[in-house]
Design a protein around this ligand. Structure first.
Ligand code: NAD
Ligand code: TYD
Length: 349
């Protein structure tokens, strides 16, 4: 039996990973540690909440004393660390909480695991989940981010993630502490908080609300279905080499405006509106400060070393995603109204 701590498991990617690990590995105890910030929602995990190999613990990764008690209580063997503040626009307004959670929170986990595992790192692992945004911004010239690309973060979000990646590597170099890191491109799929482009726009199209396109809509993002990210994490956690970084992405670049038009087409089709009619909702707004032009990830290393490939074509993934948000209006309405927080705040008071 292995005791695996997953942090941020009530968030978007974390909930998909928790579901995968709980269902696929009954021999593991999966402990989901989450502070339940605005982005954490236990409704994302209703289908596994009573599984015998699953525990939820509400707590803050920045609380060093609490994390030490948690390690002792659950005798943690492995950590998959996803808890973070994750939205670029919020980081522009409030950089402090990004430094606090993403940098200090990661350090608090690293230091606890090091002290707890000291003596023998055999069979132990700290897996840090990071983003391609640490590599900065690419020109529109067909180049890609490699694992060796120099870090060049521009937003407070990416600067805080870059900093946490450096701490993880420093622990490997300094203490021989067992780590793995992955840097993934933009994810999409079910249970994503509707402040991010894809769920926000699906919800706004549904409600006939304006679609705020930053700048000219010419920025490029590289999109990966969230379940493919979870499967890559599972593979790297079990088979990846220690001390290594793996890029995760599906070679799937989309200019924002093209993606937005695709979403409009699919949502219009599902809602029985004339296809493309919701394009009238497109509203060009002031660009995001420091807006990175293009992200594109080269995941050849992960493919060649571990045989990973994404399972889904993008058009199919978008159809599936649109259908999920339209069929789960209660989830979306609870999240946008804030009801989900009041319910769980009461439960975990
Ligand atoms: P999210 O914002 O949906 O979820 C983050 C989770 O962390 C929430 O459940 C929140 O309650 C929890 N959390 C926040 N602060 C905490 C704290 N102090 N203590 C404990 N829990 C806390 O984020 P996401 O999109 O699921 O991203 C998860 C991870 O993956 C992040 O580290 C992010 O940087 C990384 N990542 C995200 C993407 C993406 O496209 N979303 C891409 C690559 C990497
Ligand atoms: P987002 O989902 O916030 O992810 P990230 O900034 O981490 O890539 O944004 C994706 C792209 O969509 C990014 O180029 C910014 C743009 N965008 C808009 O044009 N309007 C919006 O309302 C949002 C949230 C994003």
């Amino acid at each position: 039996m292995k005791n695996i701590l997953i942090t941020g498991g009530a968030g978007f990617i974390g909930s998909h990973l928790v579901r995968l690990m709980v269902n696929k590995y009954p021999q593991y105890n999966i402990i989901n540690l989450d502070k339940l910030t605005y982005a954490g929602n236990l409704a994302n995990l209703k289908d596994v909440q009573y599984s015998p190999n699953y525990r939820f613990v509400k707590g803050d990764i920045c609380d060093f004393i609490f994390i030490q008690k948690l390690f002792a209580e659950y005798n943690i063997d492995g950590v998959i660390h996803l808890a973070a503040e994750s939205h670029v626009d919020r980081s522009i307004k409030d950089p402090f909480s990004f430094a606090q959670t993403n940098v200090m929170g990661t350090l608090s986990l690293l230091q606890t695991a090091r002290l707890f595992w000291e003596g023998s790192f055999e069979g132990k692992l700290f897996y840090h989940v990071s983003t391609d945004e640490v590599y900065g911004s690419l020109k529109d010239d067909g180049t890609f981010f490699l694992e060796t690309t120099k870090y060049d973060p521009h937003s407070p979000y990416s600067a805080s993630k870059a900093s946490s990646d450096h701490f993880v590597r420093a622990f490997y170099d300094t203490y021989g502490f067992p780590v793995k890191i992955s840097n993934c491109s933009n994810n999409y799929g079910s249970y994503q908080f509707p402040e991010k482009l894809i769920p926000l726009f699906i919800n706004n199209i549904r409600n006939n609300k304006p679609l705020p396109v930053y700048g000219k809509g010419e920025n490029v993002r590289d999109w990966l279905y969230v379940e493919d990210h979870a499967s890559a994490i599972d593979l790297i956690f079990h088979k990846g080499r220690k001390g290594e970084t793996y890029n995760i992405g599906g070679f799937n670049e989309w200019k924002n405006i093209d993606l937005i038009k695709l979403m409009i087409k699919v949502v219009d089709k599902f809602l029985g509106r004339p296809e493309g009619s919701s394009e009238s909702l497109i509203t060009y707004v002031t660009d995001r400060a420091g807006h990175d032009l293009r992200y594109a990830i080269d995941s050849t290393k992960l493919h060649n070393e571990l045989g990973w490939s994404p399972s889904l074509q993008f058009e199919e993934g978008i159809e599936r995603t649109v259908r999920w948000y339209l069929e789960n209006q209660e989830w979306l309405d609870n999240v946008t109204s804030g009801d989900y927080q009041r319910y769980y705040d009461e439960m975990y008071k």
